[in-house]
Structures are given as C-alpha cells and as structure tokens.
Write a protein that binds this ligand. Structure first.
Ligand code: ADP
Length: 397
C-alpha cells in the first residue's frame, strides 16, 4: 500500500484536491494527482490530472443537488473514485486549507469537533470561505471518522508581524473584538519563504518582498523569512487590485454608496468582491490573459492600473522593510505575465532594481542583472504541497 495525504480546498461550489505520497524522507514534492469538482449544488463537473498534467478523468457525476449536502456528496464521490482508480493507495490523513485561524492560531492544528466549533465563530470574518472550508471538514469526519484531519490556516504565517502592522486606527475596543489585520495567502508566502535559500543563499534572510499575483493578489514583506507586513488585512479585499476585487479603497466611498446609491450589505459585497478589479475597470474580463490580448483601451487601462497599484504598494512595503534586497513574483500573473513583471520592475529602478528585459521575456527565474542591488525573481508557488507537508509533520508528532 502507498500512503498518501489528501489535500483539500473547499469553496462554496467547488472542491479542489491533490494527493501527495508519503515516503521515508517526507512528502513527495510533486502531487501524484490533482483536480477539482465544480458546480457543486447544481451540475457537478469532475476533472482529475496525473503527475505529468495528463487528464486521468473527466465526468459529470450525479451528486446531491441540495447545497447543504454538496461537500458530503463530493467527498463521498471523490473517495470512491480514488479507491477505484488505484486500490493500492491508502489515504492516511487529510490536510485542509482553512482561510481563517483568527489571532490565536499561528500553526496548523488537528481538527477535532471542539476546534471546528471554535473556528465556526470566525465565519463572520471570512463569510465567503470559512463556512465551506469547515463544511468539508465536518462532512469528511462523518464519512471517515477515523481519518486524521489537519487544518492549515491562510492567516497563520502572518502572526509573526509586529503589533503595529496588525492594527487599524480604530477605537481599541473594536480591535479587541477582532477588527484587526490578519493577512492572507499565508500558505503561499510560507512556501516561498522556505525555498528562498535555494535562490538567494544567505541573502534569503534579508528584506524580501513577495508579490502573489493570481485572481486574488497581495504582497507580503519578509525579514528573516518571516512575515513583517502584508497588504491584505481584515479581509481578502484590501491591498492590491485583483481579478474582481477592488483592493485599497477610501472607506468614504462605501459611506457614499450606502447613502446615495442605496447599497446595502449584499449589494456592496457583490460590488467589491465580484464586480470590481480588472473586470470592473476593463468591463471585459477578470482574466489577465484575455486583457493582454485585447486592443480595447479599457483593457489596457485596467492592466496599467493593476501595475500602478503594485508599484505604489512596493513603496509602502519597502518602507515597512527599511529597504529592499529582493522582489519575488509568484502565482498565475506573477509567474506567467512578462508584461506585468516588466511594467512593475521598470518602475523600481529608484530602489536599485536593474531589470533584465531579455531574461524576463524568456521566463527566466532571475529577471534582474547580476550586479543589481535588488534581485528580482520568479518563483512558482505550491500551496497544496505546503499543506501536505504540514499534515505529514503533524501526523508524525
Ligand atoms: P488563483 O488565485 O485562482 O489561484 P492563479 O494563481 O491561477 O489564480 O492566477 C490566475 C491569473 O493568472 C489569471 O488572471 C490568468 O489570466 C493569469 N495568467 C495565467 N497564465 C497567464 C499567462 N500566460 N499570461 C498572463 N496571465 C496569465
């Protein structure tokens, strides 16, 4: 039997998964297989790829249409499929991506019923993700009560930030009530922090700014490979412009929209999370690839604003770090968009970044010149592997 760890990332209507093999020296670097179930609660779609990216399965399974049982049905289907696909695999634990661990959890935890109840109290802080993350934990506990489940929090890596970096200038009572900066994308930043020595050697402990630019986008300032500041705060809305989210916004805009446009909580949530960002400004798409191939001036302006916001924020992050030794690009846009990297890096000459346009165009790992004071790197992130590694470690201790 091959021992494997099942990594799960449960959303409102989707369940992403990956399987990592455990060996004597820890978790394998590459997933044995990965995929997702979409359209949960409606018309489900299942897709699974092998280690080389080859399609292993694609189907439209008949799952419960009842949204309350969506995760339960999806997990039952997935476990059955895995058993039938390869009866030599033994799932020995599940590692979950849990968006919020509050101010208490700075490391992954074993998910017993009491902890899941405690995490439920954080639902108001992450209403779009936390309920679904926890629903999957409960559903799996009912299906496989004996299976150890580990929660890995997107907020945990940021608990090393100094107190000032975690505060808003609001009355103290609100802060004590949990209205503070938590930071997100922590599993991605933790992965990048861990591989920095391979790229920077002893300079990995210096002042490093990581730009995680995917559908969600944020930055994290690292010193000694630990988070000292981040652009996402109380929710995943703050900071950089994103695919459909606005990023930094004058709070006065919200007051105006409530007072003069009659927008309530639902309307504002929809506007700020789903209709803003690249999609809102371009009026065309949230997808950077689509915008890059469009000749429409609104698409160009959306990309220009996306880059401008990053450049402004780099100034803020460099101030928090007291200077900059390295800039790292990661996630879909960071890893693949040479145009975005070029626009951002060429505005960072004042920081001592000597950009290598040729290296950038050929998607090299290092896109600054050898004598550049600031090293610019492109490093693929791997949040699933990070979860698998945490899960294996907790299992062994
Ligand atoms: P998520 O945050 O959902 O995990 P990703 O990290 O996969 O998202 O990033 C998705 C973004 O990356 C999309 O805007 C997509 O257009 C962009 N992207 C992916 N490949 C490319 C590419 N070759 N060129 C430009 N943008 C790309």
């Amino acid at each position: 039997m091959r021992e494997v760890i099942l990594v799960l990332n449960a959303g409102s209507s989707s369940l992403k998964f990956a399987l990592f093999e455990m060996g004597a020296s820890g978790v394998a670097q590459r997933a044995l297989l990965s995929g997702q179930l979409d359209g949960l609660g409606a018309r489900a779609h299942f897709r699974c790829k092998g280690a080389e990216g080859e399609i292993l399965a694609e189907s439209e399974p008949a799952l419960a249409a009842d949204p309350a049982r969506a995760h339960s049905g999806a997990l039952a289907f997935l476990l059955d499929w895995l058993g039938a696909h390869n009866e030599n695999l033994h799932v020995c634990a599940a590692g979950h991506r849990i968006v919020h661990g509050g101010s208490r959890y700075s490391a992954p935890q074993r998910l017993g019923a009491a902890l899941v109840d405690e995490l439920e109290a954080l639902v108001p802080l992450a209403p779009l993700h936390q309920p679904h993350n926890l629903a999957a934990v409960r559903a799996l506990a009912a299906l496989r009560p004996e299976l150890p489940q580990i929660g890995c929090f997107d907020t945990a890596f940021h608990r090393s930030q100094p107190p000032l970096a975690q505060m808003f200038a609001l009355p103290r009572a609100l802060s004590q009530d949990g209205v503070r900066r938590y930071g997100f994308h922590g599993l991605s930043y933790e992965y990048i922090a861990g591989v920095l020595p391979q790229h920077l050697g002893a300079r990995a402990g210096g002042r490093v700014l990581v730009l995680h630019l995917g559908n969600g986008a944020s930055w994290c300032a690292l010193k000694d490979q630990k988070s000292v500041a981040s652009s996402m705060g109380f929710t995943a809305l703050d900071g950089l412009m994103m695919g459909t989210r606005c990023g930094n916004l004058d709070p006065g805009v919200l007051l105006y929209l409530m007072q003069y446009h009659g927008l309530g909580v639902e309307g504002l949530t929809d506007l700020l999370y789903k209709r803003s960002g690249l999609l809102g400004v371009s009026g065309i798409s949230q997808d950077m690839r689509t915008l890059e191939t469009s000749a429409d001036p609104a698409a160009r302006e959306a990309i220009a604003l996306f880059c401008y916001r990053i450049v402004r924020e780099i100034g803020s992050a460099a101030a928090a770090l007291g200077g900059l030794d390295a800039l790292v690009f990661t996630a879909g846009i960071g890893q693949h968009s040479a145009q975005v990297r070029a626009r951002v890096c060429s505005e960072c000459a004042w920081l001592g970044l000597d950009f290598d346009a040729d290296a950038n165009a050929r998607q090299a790992a290092c896109i600054s010149r050898p004598d550049s004071r600031v090293t610019a790197l492109v490093i693929p992130t791997d949040e699933e592997w990070m979860i698998a590694r945490h899960t294996a470690r907790l299992l062994m201790h």
